[in-house]
Design a protein around this ligand. Structure first.
Ligand code: BGP
Length: 489
């Protein structure tokens, strides 16, 4: 007998900006991802703009737009998100492939600027609204439950450039208007919602950078506070519109370890969990900031614009379920004589018990079990793993087949870890693997960092037919779903 509940939500996940393409079609406005170039594990993606003297320039996505400059699509640059994998036009074909694998759910996001091109309009762009309605209806045709992320790293560029983005409290209202439109328009079609993708990853430059300045902390904590309030208010609106809605948070779930048993390392590790994992999770699940948050603000001289109403909203807007992405664990230490790793999102201390991907991400299924057990015990809310997967190079054989045993091994080990966590009492309700179809990498902008069960013929320079084909893992996952997680061979 399978340990997975009989209605377990097996499926896959993507995000609008990484799959849709059609970046300027049918009235869609641009998002920051549309002025972000491709990159690689060694060379970071860049955001492009024209400065006040008319020069074409590039900067890191965490830098601020200089005075007098404006974001711009430059003719000499390639922007992979403009094409994505063309799912905007090929959603029927993709959904048919998901259905062939037996998906019970498909996690996707709604592009904010497809509904509200600038983010500030009163009325939504009907073509955008109708597009997603057709997608949800297509999913329902196959009994695939949509699991929808409202915000997946794609604030409209206009809001970023002209309204101060998330550093401005007013953005909460724009977001809520967008969220409310989604809840109303898709009532009855969608029941599972996530308010913000990887909310704790929004400002990695402070929370993930040990050398961040107080000023960066001030900005990061402000942005996070506004997003946390927006999330809590969205939960309340979503429930008021349809009380059967299951609304979750979404945390970038890295499992942190202390590298040694030096008590200083143990403390450092605990503080790491507080700052990076509990900070948002506690607000979204318990309705208030943890005690350590106040210490963090004090240490970095942060003064937050928290109103009495905010405190009430945070309390009232706790989520129904805890969802998270899980790719890797990371180790921390106060010691300096240690081996380090390099990679996007993963620069840190090397754990000698683990292997690392070509992008420097550790493979650690036990870390997933640990994370599930630890977090479930903390919040006692249903959980869904909404991202997990291995970014790898795939080779297309002469006959068109793609053999990806490394991906199957990765998933097998993680599904076994999920089963152990369920046996230990965790209320795990679903699993959507990341990039069930190859997508543009969020971190590096590459196509060759592939996650999919479905291969997409497209390279890093935008060359390819965009044709879809099934990898070996496609047939394997189909068996896993058909056996409700029992047949992992
Ligand atoms: C998460 C994001 C996804 C996704 C994934 C893999 O942080 O929510 O959008 O892309 O990471 O990361 P990458 O694309 O950098 O391999």
């Amino acid at each position: 007998m399978s340990v997975f509940p009989k209605d377990f939500l097996w499926g896959g996940a993507t995000a609008a900006n990484q799959v849709e393409g059609a970046w300027n079609e049918d009235g869609r406005g641009p998002a920051l991802t549309d002025v972000t170039t491709g990159g690689s594990v060694k060379e970071r993606r860049k955001v492009t703009y024209i400065d006040k003297d008319g020069n074409h320039c590039r900067m890191s996505k965490f830098d601020k737009l200089p005075e007098g400059a404006h974001y711009a699509v430059l003719p000499e640059c390639y922007y992979p998100n403009h094409i994505g994998v063309d799912q905007y036009h090929r959603y029927k074909e993709d959904i048919a492939l998901f259905a062939e694998m037996g998906f019970k759910t498909y996690r996707m996001s709604i592009s904010w600027s497809r509904l509200f091109p600038n983010g500030t309009e009163d009325e939504p762009n009907r073509k955008g609204v109708e597009h997603y309605r057709k997608v949800f209806e297509e999913l329902r045709k196959y009994n695939i439950e949509p699991l929808v992320t409202i915000w997946h790293f794609d604030t409209p560029l206009y809001l970023e450039e002209h309204c101060g983005g998330w550093a401005n409290r007013k953005t909460i209202d724009y977001y809520l208007h967008f969220a409310e439109t989604c809840f109303r328009e898709y009532k009855g079609l969608v029941h599972y919602w996530l308010t913000f993708n990887e909310i704790n990853n929004t400002m990695p430059d402070s929370f993930f950078n040990p050398n961040a300045t107080d000023e960066t902390y001030q900005e990061a904590c402000t942005i996070l506070h506004y997003q946390l309030v927006a999330s809590a208010k969205a939960v309340q609106i979503g429930h008021a519109i349809d009380r059967t809605n299951m609304i979750g948070n979404m945390i970038c779930g890295i499992c942190y370890y202390s590298l040694t048993c030096d008590p200083q390392d143990i403390l450092l590790n605990e503080h790491q969990w507080q700052k990076k994992i509990y900070y948002c999770g506690d607000v979204q699940c318990k309705g208030e900031y943890g005690t350590y948050a106040k210490k963090l603000w004090e240490d970095h001289h942060v003064t937050l614009d928290i109103t009495e109403d905010d405190l009430v909203d945070l309390k009232k807007g706790t989520v129904d379920m805890y969802t998270f992405s899980y790719y890797m664990s990371q180790s921390v230490t106060t010691h300096t004589d240690v081996e380090r790793t390099a990679g996007n999102m993963s620069a840190g201390v090397k754990n000698p018990y683990l292997t690392y991907s070509d992008w420097g991400w550790s493979t650690d299924p036990d870390g997933l079990q640990y994370y599930l057990e630890k977090i479930y015990d903390r919040y006692r809310k249903p959980m869904i793993i909404v991202e997990n997967g291995l970014g790898a190079y795939d080779t297309v054989e002469a006959d068109g087949s793609i053999h990806d045993p490394y991906r199957i091994d990765y998933y097998r080990a993680h599904i076994k870890a999920m089963a152990r966590a369920i046996e230990a009492g965790v209320d795990l309700r679903g699993y959507t693997t990341w990039g069930c179809i190859d997508v543009v990498s969020a971190g590096t902008g590459e196509m060759r960092k592939r996650y999919g069960f479905i291969y997409v013929d497209m390279d890093d320079a935008g060359q390819g037919t965009l044709n879809r084909s099934r990898k070996d893992s496609f047939y394997w996952y189909k068996k896993v779903i058909a056996s409700n997680g029992e047949d992992l061979d």
